[in-house]
Design a protein around this ligand. Sequence first.
Ligand code: EPU
Length: 343
Amino acid sequence: MHPDLTILTDFSLRACNTFGIDATASHYVRVTSVDVLRAALADPVLARLPRLLLGGGSNIVLTGDFHGLVLHMAIDGTQLLDAGDAGVRLVRAGAGQSWHGLVEATLAQDLGGLENLALIPGTVGAAPIQNIGAYGVELKDVFHSASVFDCASGQVRTMTAADCRFGYRDSVFKQADGAALIVLDVTFALPLAWTPTLGYAELASAVREAGLDAPSARQVADLVIAIRRRKLPDPAVIGNAGSFFKNPVVSGARCAAILAAHPGLVHHAQPDGSEKLAAGWLIDQGGWKGRSMGAAGVYAKQALVLVNRGGATGAEVLALARAITADVAARYGVALETEPVFV
Ligand code: EPU
């Protein structure tokens, strides 16, 4: 057995999920290196158990105790690499590194590119899974490659952006053919000739209001942090998993039909002619903001975010999510999809 492999049993996951739901894992391993991962997967008892990969736990809802092996990814470290491609600086970070910690580390090196993604909870290793995005930038825009452990072959391999098949809050890692892949580290390509990405209206107006003609990456990050602090609950204070629902994408015709009946509908045209609807608006119209079902509630300042008002169970969160989904379907004929994974 590898000296760093420690198997814990009946382990409380309460501190490992940002919703703060109290559930246990029958088996738990903190994965600090690829060797620990190999050793865990080679262990005759652990190898037979269902597996749950955990990063920062900011995108999961635990609906009960987990009877299986939790692999808590804790491979750390950030390295600046020699530029592989002209015009970019490559930065590699371990899967267990905190996402915002990486954003801050790159800004401290005067590297721009990640500033719009400041303060997103979670880890580097989880970022490609749902192609995290905010304020007009998605992970795929700055992604260079990832090292992954393939549980099927036992090999480590490098995946390019094309291999990852990134989409809106989506990637190969969420599909059946990516289920055996465990992200070990991610390499980012950050532009040396950086310019701000200010296409997102709310960020652009924050830059204007701050009187910044040519904001630095640090200044953009600070504005993003301020917007997020204003709108989103801090998981350290009130349990939540960020946006609980994806913004639904519908056809242009469907959007026009909804608009005819609901002129206030917030929608954004997509390059392929489809329309992305603001789930927060759809939910808000039903008067959900601030409401609770049991100890699960809708955040008073943002209808897209469900919160744990104290001691919520996964079942309560699920019941609230179902009630909201049914209400939006009844009023708009739109099917909401949840963003976090239910375990
Ligand atoms: N809105 C309401 N009521 C609400 C919430 C929103 O009417 O309670 C309206 C807003 O006025 C706005 C529109 O809905 O016109 C969109 O709302 P907002 O900008 O707050 O959020 P979003 O665009 O739906 C997305 C991401 C966030 C990301 C922000 C900023 C999704 C599901 N969510 O929200 O991502 O931070 O854009 O880019 O795509 C996350 O994934 O966890 C997350 C927080």
